[in-house]
Design a protein around this ligand. Structure first.
Ligand SMILES: C[S@@+](CC[C@H](N)C(=O)[O-])C[C@H]1O[C@@H](n2cnc3c(N)ncnc32)[C@H](O)[C@@H]1O
Length: 337
């Protein structure tokens, strides 16, 4: 469906909240989501929140299982926020950053896989949460996909998706689009995650796209740098592409108890770790717009017009919180030269 410049569908009506039938009818799914709400910490629950964001932008992002994986509470919450934004004629509708980030990663992933002339590649999602790219992107048909997250997150995800198979509505059943999918239960702050990935079939010498979407800023500075260094080292073995989002310092201040790692200049950090080709995009840039940011007074367009070194907005003194989208790559030939 096409949209107006701010993400609204052309008929100006936001799609209504439609709870996936299994969220109410299936006892296993209901129990799993009840356990997520009571037993999980906010870090683990953040995956459901992100899925709810994708579900609420379903006129832009086709994710057949986002609502099911998000659960009723998060779905209701984001639809409520969107309703308020629309009543207030907000220039930025809740979830728009998530929509742009999702589409940006989808498009860069497809281009990276296209550039790997023919040979099947690996795609590793670190902090995969309730991501459903393996079920929604046909560009993954030749790729082995690996989802890494905490054990309880991946167990719940698998159980919810299994409950959907054999459900009443065949149209809405998750069908794997990737060549294969492996779920790797690991804590990315521990030393053994790479070993666990390899035990699950990851081949270090096979071309790989690494997706770090909504994960780095939950880590400490040391943990994030260690993670990025491990990925950068893979450039010496094979063609390696990294797609990741970074918060600047001001963005992490929005919740200093939740967000930790920040980087104001990731386009300087990544080459220093061993990546060769690094490009940085900001939300609203020509390649990170998708027709959702036409209003020049939109917060993101205002931010883009300011030098990145500026920390507070000259007009109103508000902090310039930014989310950077980074593509970095490297390969043995480039590393040698
Ligand atoms: C904001 S969600 C993003 C999920 C997914 N990438 C997406 O965009 O939909 C962050 C995810 O990172 C996972 N995560 C955070 N810290 C982690 C760690 N130390 N090890 C493994 N996973 C972690 C959380 O469990 C959660 O699923």
């Amino acid at each position: 469906m096409s949209s107006q410049g701010n993400g609204l569908p052309e008929d100006k009506s936001w799609p209504e909240l439609e709870l996936p039938e299994l969220l109410t009818s299936n006892g296993t799914v209901r129990a799993l989501h009840a356990a997520i709400e009571t037993d999980w910490d906010s870090l683990r629950r953040s995956g459901c929140q992100t899925a709810a964001g994708r579900a609420s932008w379903k006129h832009i992002i086709h994710d057949p299982v986002a609502g099911l994986l998000a659960g009723e509470t998060y779905l209701r919450s984001i639809f409520e926020k969107i309703k308020k934004d629309r009543l207030n004629n907000a220039r930025e509708i809740s979830g728009v950053i998530l929509a742009v980030r999702t589409l940006w990663i989808d498009s860069k992933l497809e281009a990276a896989l296209d550039s790997f002339d023919g040979a099947g590649a690996q795609v590793v999602l670190l902090g995969a949460g309730m991501d459903a790219r393996a079920y929604r992107l046909s560009c993954l048909r030749e790729s082995s996909v690996f989802e890494v997250d905490f054990p309880e997150v991946l167990q719940a995800k698998t159980a919810i998706l299994e409950a959907a198979v054999g459900g009443i509505d065949e149209q809405k059943q998750p069908i794997l689009k990737a060549k294969s999918l492996s779920r790797v239960a690991a804590d990315l702050t521990e030393d053994d995650w790479l070993q666990k990935l390899q035990i699950s079939g990851f081949e270090p010498k096979k071309r790989t796209v690494w997706i770090l979407e909504g994960i780095l800023y939950y880590l400490s500075h040391c943990q994030a740098i260690k993670l990025l260094t491990i990925i950068a080292e893979k450039c010496q073995l094979t063609h390696t592409v990294l797609l990741a989002d970074f918060m600047n310092k001001q963005a992490t201040k929005l919740s200093s108890s939740t967000f930790h790692f920040h980087c104001d200049w990731p386009d300087e950090l990544l080459p220093s770790l061993g990546f060769s080709d690094v490009t940085l995009s900001q939300i609203g840039d020509p390649d990170a717009n998708f027709g959702l940011m036409e209003d020049p007074l939109n917060l993101f367009n205002k931010l883009r017009s300011l030098p990145r070194s500026i920390q507070t907005h000259p007009d109103d003194g508000t902090p310039c919180g930014r989310l950077y989208l980074l593509q970095a790559s490297g390969s043995p030939n480039q590393t040698d030269s």
